[in-house]
Write a protein that binds this ligand. Sequence first.
Ligand SMILES: [Fe+2]
Length: 198
Amino acid sequence: MTFTLPPLPYAYDALGSYMSKETLEYHHDKHHQAYVTNGNNALKGTEWEGKSLEEIVKGSFGKNPAVFNNAGQHYNHIHFWKWMKPGGGGNMPGDLEKQIIADFGSVAKMKEDFIQAGVTQFGSGWCWLAVRIGKIEVMKTPNGESPLVHGARPILGCDVWEHSYYIDYRNRRPDYLKVFVDNLVNWDYVAEMYEAAR
Ligand SMILES: [Fe+2]
């Protein structure tokens, strides 16, 4: 398959001051587009040409950095746009909430652990909620890695590369993570990925 850039699922100014039009224009149109373009170039002539994106991400990890870095980031960003929505945050579907309470004790504790993972990811990377053998856990990964290459299935991820927050939050990564969790997360899409992963 050839990678293509999916359109942003809402208007560039839809997330208001939580994530600005300028950030989304650069992040989606420039950064994600670069992963698509460079990924397609890196794939040419490799054994992963014609494979699904997930097969490419898992298969190239540790074997072909040029393919993996771009395919990994393409996968992460496809979902990242959908893990946010205007008027996000708030309540989550009941089945997901039940599992989070079972695994973390409370929704508040899950949010605290998720933010802490993002704050403590040294340098560029992602923090995650992921499903591993029926349980939800918090993870963090560097660069373009995701739970997919560490034996789990991602159901929520937050991009903590500086390109995701520096225009709006400068060096205040903790503030960006708190806003992401409280005001941006599309819990319906998280629940959809949870149902598919369990
Ligand atoms: Fe990004």
